[in-house]
Ligand binder design. Structure first.
Ligand SMILES: Nc1ncnc2c1ncn2[C@@H]1O[C@H](COP(=O)(O)OP(=O)(O)OP(=O)(O)O)[C@@H](O)[C@H]1O
Length: 242
């Protein structure tokens, strides 16, 4: 059992693929209504941890507790679509079980992709696709939204927009969000808690704390300093403008 405000509790989880250790002694709490971001280099185990949280992968050791009855909306890193399959965005969204047009339209409106409703899925842009996947996850009315690299294939302006949208969704719906990101500076203002992974848990805490942590600086080096400078600038700008 975990306190009611903890949606998912991961304790001392280890995952091994053949001889390779993907996760080592990882503990994590996903709190109701909070945004938690997993960062780490390629192969650090971020997607593996996401799969553990989702219950798609059973760790060799450790425990995972999920509050009973919680709904989880998942936006995967990518999906494979048959290029010749005639599938509109509306039909794609309805495959999740919700068929009512107004509800599907509303979900697309919420993510700023209402214009794609009747379009063939194969014809929409990378950024639009990310929004459609987000809409699909929202149709589950999630208590927890899990986003595995939501900005993949999105240009830099689109990335800021998407993170703003994610922050707005949390504000409006009050759901918890667990997301994976490579770019901490982009997500910092939209994140309550950061977990820095590299098979083991390098450091965790509030974004400002993590970016100054020796383990984070060791892992990301010069980029970390640049990220902090960008964040500080961005953050100060925001404060000055109210
Ligand atoms: N099903 C699997 N079988 C074998 N090895 C796997 C499997 N899934 C993941 N791995 C390995 O586990 C390690 C962690 O992979 P994971 O995808 O979790 O990393 P990641 O941090 O999400 O990486 P990226 O940033 O590149 O997406 C990698 O070395 C990967 O090759």
């Amino acid at each position: 059992m975990a306190p009611d405000n903890i949606l998912v509790q991961v304790r001392d989880v280890c995952v091994q693929f053949q001889q390779h250790t993907a996760l080592q002694q990882i503990s994590l709490d996903v709190q109701r209504g909070k945004i938690i971001t997993l960062i780490g280099p390629n192969g650090a185990g971020k997607s593996t941890l996401v799969r553990v949280v989702l219950g798609l992968l059973t760790p060799q050791t450790g425990t995972v507790f999920r509050q009973t009855g919680i709904r989880i909306g998942y936006m995967p890193q990518r999906i494979n679509i048959d290029p010749v399959l005639p599938l509109t965005v509306a039909r794609f969204l309805s495959l999740g079980g919700v068929k009512q047009t107004p509800i599907l339209r509303y979900a697309l409106e919420e993510v700023g992709a209402a214009h794609t409703f009747k379009r063939p899925l194969q014809s929409i842009s990378g950024g639009e696709m990310q929004r459609v996947l987000l809409a699909r996850a929202l149709l589950r009315k999630p208590d927890l939204l899990v986003l595995d690299e939501p900005i993949q294939g999105v240009d830099i302006n689109g990335q800021y927009e998407l993170y703003e949208l994610i922050a707005q969704i949390r504000k409006q719906r009050g759901c918890a969000i667990l997301m994976v990101s490579h770019d901490l500076h982009l997500v910092m203002s939209a994140t309550d808690y950061v977990v820095c992974l590299n098979q083991h848990l390098c450091c965790s805490g509030h974004p400002e704390t993590v970016t100054q942590h020796p383990a984070y600086l060791k892992l990301f080096g010069a980029r970390a300093a640049r990220d902090l400078a960008i964040y500080t600038h961005h953050h100060q700008g925001k404060t000055e403008n109210g």
